[in-house]
Write a protein that binds this ligand. Sequence first.
Ligand code: ZN
Length: 401
Amino acid sequence: MNCRNCHGENLELVIDLGMQPWGNNFLPISVNQTVPLYPLQSFFCHGCTMMQLGYTVPKETMFVDHNYVSGTTHSLRVHFKKLCEDMLKKIKFQDTDYVLDIGGNDGTFLAQFENKVKVLNVDSGVKQAEISNSNGIECINQFFNLKTAQQILSTRGHAKAIHGSGVFFHLEELHSVFEGIELLLAKDGVLVAEFIYLPDMVRNGAYDQIYHEHLLYYTLHSFSKLLAKHHLEIHDAELLPIHGGSCIAYISHQGEQKQTERLKDLLAIEENEGFNTADCYKQFAKRITGMRNDLVAIIRDLKNQGKSIQALGAPVKGSTIINYCQLSHNELDCAVEVNRLKCETYFPGTKIPVYHQDEVEKPDAYLLLSWNFKDEILSKLNDFRANGGKIISPLPQPELI
Ligand SMILES: [Zn+2]
């Protein structure tokens, strides 16, 4: 295989999570089918330091008919509101300017700009585009790439700001997407890219961020190498705790903006702490094995005491944990969700059913798959815990709460 970024051949397998289903393949219980399995392996490129998956599940499988609706998470809405305020401070918008959101889902982020700046959403998800349009956020139901960028440019002109949250590691058409951004972004425009930050993912043990939708895992160093191919550069970056460690990078055309001190500091830390070496990720792989053994031990122990356990939530990243730890219907009675689109299905790769949270009895213990929203979720479970209910947090260190 060749590197997705630099096309070099010097790639090394560093993290192997085995054969796994596509983590969003929630098939209805009524459809008695097994889902296909694909290798879930991360490689380090010695040429450009980019961490990446070896195997690509076709994007049409993953992003046309999927169930993730961003408006459902309170923490995410709070975050988007703050980011919108930051962008309005940093970027001097004129009346004719617009903000483009790549993979803007149901329009939750762009809705923050209402009555302030014009907006345009591009999302490949059929349901998401429908919701966005019905909420008055115009959405083009396509994949964003060079061709889509050309279409938008011809009708709307250049974009003063382009935003993408959680999309820049999905990109199968990697270079076409950044060619599109280079073309569409105004000369003094800003690309605001939000992504899982690989160094924090490693520090937090968040191996559940490795799934087939995430083809790329960025450091600021490796992301810069990708952007440079398209005459773009990062001029500022900040780190956030969401999703087990995220980064917001502010990007412009080369030479348009000055690098901030905090960006220089972050780059120096990456270098000094070894995040540009394969060894760092091989060490991480050993920790992942330890986390699996600890989690399985906690669950076995509870089962030996005759306790019932349900997975709380059915996020795509939970599929990585469940399949890597080989948890089955014997350990987990079911998973419970509030997103109705996922109910009455099987957890991908298992016979663990997913039901609506209001429609099943509470268990003795919940396995907290959305552990990165732990505080928000724990505060909703005060009554459950007061009545003796337990919470199993699978990461960053498996524990029984
Ligand atoms: Zn490379």
